[in-house]
Design a protein around this ligand. Structure first.
Ligand code: AMP
Length: 622
């Protein structure tokens, strides 16, 4: 008899598909001809994309790290995907790490699940990115994969991955579908055609700064404004209070996908004049939708644009697939129904579709799915070109015009050459500035890099021609060549080379640094990172620090203590009906003691009881 695990081992190929998400990540592989999620040893099918460097200096990734976001905001980091492509390091537990290094830790965690099945060592991976990711964001993702010890076989677009997973299950049905992918940090939409097993992305667009994270922060702002109005205190100024509100906002947002109203009761958000300040508020789905509707409507404008780009109407779309956790917001389905006149498919798992599709791509590469007959093509979702001199409004030449070389929605891989010329007689060097975007002026587009082609023949009679070639590969990574047809002088750069970002040695050093952080981790599964007791201690310490920050001189004044005690009593009284019987008994006892100490004018005891009551409030929050 072979066990399930052994069976999985037998059919397992060491090339996996990875969804490296803003909020959650997952790894999948092909087994028995089907894509399957590879769960963590604890059985989690997706893990939070959160990294913590714990007080022992070890890297912790996933649920334990997520649980520490509030207790240890300076040691933990979420949503690093939003920083990918930036060269600015992020501070984590006092260490400066680049976004791709932090992402590499998430990928190392996922790799450890693969290693558990297949032994340590290099593994190949297909990693997904939002279709609308820029060149440097794609490179950073590839680098993260390499730093984690993967051979990155391919970077593919998330909506294309979701389409691949769906396509594999629906090979028999020729159809045109639309993938609406709204995750934690990014939005993508693609029109895909499936015809006799050929899956062709017809058009794709998106917004790399639109997702559930933005909705959480809108809600945090709304909650903070209530606290400012009620207490004159902005909780966003306090790192821990901010993290707490973000966590509560996300919880409330998720609940509002299945219920109309949510009661938010947070006994302790921050501290003002030594007094704990909480938040009690009712939030309706209607209010929440009013906060995010402009962004959802913006996403629908992109849907109209992608239909237009594909030369189709809403009526030509057979199915709409919803991918990404934020599509659980009922307003999204409502908007889809308004436009398409039909409900989206409900059989696609919005959290897993992208990882499963990445595994399908991995299976096509490894041969595990070569019998399926599925073939896929993708497009470049944005135009790429160079800066040129163009005619201004008054007819005079003006710098900064955009000349596209690869127009958006061109099927990839693609190579295109365009002939330009120098801008002045006798010019022997040309600076080539590379941009992506759709605007006629480069200043509104995204700059990818710049390089200099020197050694052109000095031509004083006329302008010298120049051929610029763009090669956009299957990973969505660009290579640019500029060549003088007169003397054959050529210069080829990948855009990253042009930016001269990372040397091999720097990469090696970085990999070693990450390995050290990783090696600190205990071999066995870590215990729950913080016991409730430890969390309570952390919170207490924070409260003490907050109070230290406030003027402690007032603290011992009998009037201040009396006011504080009264406030605490009032707050607990407000909560009484919601308490379980044992908590209620304790609350009543503590309130009575406080009242007695106030009557007796026993300042020391009053201070002690205030501390006890504050602890009790914290416990209620736990
Ligand atoms: P993804 O990047 O696809 O993992 O999506 C994660 C995003 O989906 C996060 O912003 C989550 O808060 C959000 N999300 C998950 N579940 C829900 C839900 N039930 N309602 C609204 N948003 C959700």
């Amino acid at each position: 008899m072979t066990s399930n695990r052994e069976r999985r081992m037998e059919s397992f190929r060491p090339i996996v598909g990875i969804d490296l998400g803003t909020t959650n990540s997952a790894v999948a592989y092909i087994a028995e001809g089907k894509p399957q999620i590879l769960p963590s040893p604890r059985g989690e099918r997706i893990i939070p994309s959160v990294v913590l460097i714990d007080p022992q200096g070890r890297a912790v990734v996933g649920e334990d790290a997520r649980a520490a976001l509030v207790a240890m905001p300076d040691r933990s980091l979420a949503a690093v995907k939003r920083r990918m492509g930036s060269t600015e390091p992020l501070l984590l537990a006092g260490q400066a790490l680049l976004p791709q290094e932090i992402s590499a830790l998430i990928l190392k965690e996922l790799k450890s699940y693969v290693d558990e099945l297949h032994g340590e060592g290099d593994k190949e991976a297909v990693i997904t990115v939002p279709a609308y990711f820029t060149d440097e964001q794609r490179r950073a993702t590839k680098e993260a994969g390499e730093l984690a010890g993967f051979v990155v076989e391919r970077i593919i677009n998330e909506p294309t991955a979701a389409a691949l997973a769906f396509g594999l299950d629906n090979l028999e049905n020729d159809q045109t579908f639309l993938v609406y992918d709204l995750g934690g940090g990014t939005f993508d939409v693609s029109v895909v055609e499936l015809m006799s097993g050929v899956l062709e992305v017809r058009a794709s667009t998106g917004n790399r700064m639109l997702g559930g994270e933005d909705f959480d922060w809108k809600l945090v702002d709304w909650l903070a404004e209530r606290m400012i109005a009620e207490h004159g205190v902005d909780p966003r100024d306090d790192l821990r209070a901010r993290a707490l509100l973000k966590e509560k906002a996300e919880d409330a947002k998720k609940l509002l996908s299945s219920q109309e109203t949510v009661s938010l009761a947070i006994p302790l958000v921050t501290v003002k004049h030594n007094t704990p300040i909480g938040l009690h508020v009712e939030l309706t789905r209607t209010t929440f939708v009013s906060l995010i509707d402009a962004q959802l409507l913006e996403s629908m404008d992109k849907v109209r644009q992608v239909l237009d780009d594909a030369g189709l109407h809403a009526a030509n779309i057979d199915e709409v697939l919803l991918v990404g956790g934020s599509t659980r917001i009922p307003r999204v389905s409502e908007l889809i129904v308004d436009l398409f006149g039909k409900a989206p498919r409900t059989d696609v798992n919005p959290d897993e579709a992208v990882a499963l599709g990445a595994a399908v791509q991995a299976g096509l590469k490894s041969g595990a799915l070569s019998d399926s007959g599925l073939v896929a093509t993708d497009v470049a979702p944005f135009s790429m070109g160079i800066a040129v001199l163009t005619e201004g409004r008054l007819g005079a030449p003006r710098a900064g015009g955009f000349a596209p070389i690869i127009p958006r929605n061109t099927t990839i891989p693609v190579t295109r050459t365009k002939r330009f010329s120098t801008s002045a007689p006798g010019q022997t060097a040309v600076s080539i500035e590379v941009y992506q975007g759709e605007h006629e002026w480069v200043k509104h587009n995204h700059r990818l890099g710049e390089f200099l082609l020197e050694g052109l023949p000095a031509n004083y009679k006329s302008l010298e021609p120049l051929d610029v070639t763009f090669r956009y590969n299957l990973n969505g990574i660009l290579e640019v060549t500029a060549q003088s047809p007169a003397n054959g002088k050529a210069m080829t750069v990948t855009v990253q080379d042009a930016l001269n970002r990372e040397s091999k040695e720097a990469l090696q050093e970085s990999a070693e640094r990450l390995q050290k952080l990783w090696d600190q981790a205990p071999a066995e599964e870590p215990d729950d990172l913080l016991s409730e007791q430890e969390e309570l201690m952390e919170l207490e310490q924070w409260l003490d620090e907050e109070m230290d920050d406030e003027e402690r001189t007032d603290e011992e004044s009998p009037t201040v203590l009396h006011e504080e005690a009264q406030l605490l009593i009032g707050r607990v009284r407000d909560q009484l009906d919601q308490l379980e019987s044992s908590a209620k008994t304790r609350a009543l006892r503590e309130m009575e003691r406080l009242e007695q100490a106030m009557e007796a004018g026993d300042i020391d005891r009053l201070q002690q009881l205030i501390d006890d009551m504050t602890d009790f409030l914290i416990e209620l929050e736990l």
